[in-house]
Design a protein around this ligand. Sequence first.
Ligand code: SF4
Length: 187
Amino acid sequence: MKRVLLHVCCAVDLAPAVRQLRMEDYEVIGYFHNPNIQPEDEYTKRLRAVRRLAFAWEVPIIVSLYDPANFLGLASGLWNAPERGRRCELCIKNNLQATRDLAASLSIKHFATTLTASRYKDIEMVNKIGESLSTKETIYLASAFRKSGGQEFASYIVKAYNLYRQNYCGCIFSKRDRLSKRRKSDE
Ligand code: SF4
């Protein structure tokens, strides 16, 4: 069977990604590498939900050490960059690069990411970054997991398993921007 190391950002996005990859006959191994998720209790909530769904669906999950300083270092000077801008490019690249490197060291031929299931992400940007990291030995699988009913499926699974669903992308800057938007709309 073909194997893929799937970068996992959250349980909500894991659901349509696993469904799609299994339909394509991939054995899925998950990799939770997200130094961008802050604060730590948010990281823990997302990881706990991923573990619950992965356990139910028999998806092995590898978890990296939580290292928010790694993300804050690369986001330095980009605190006010807009979502889908330069900070996001570096953040996505950081997670995909780590996934590719782990796939290579485990001799897993393909890597992919649940980020293309996320309503917060630009699918084209994610795939472009993934493709730029592809090598002859470790190949990026482009995807669009939120399309073809993926988003509806994710909502169904969230309800069915009573999973935690976040309301911002992940970093403290995206949380700040979400809160400020909400405040403005309440005024
Ligand atoms: S908004 Fe999302 S993709 Fe962009 S830097 Fe923050 S966590 Fe990463």
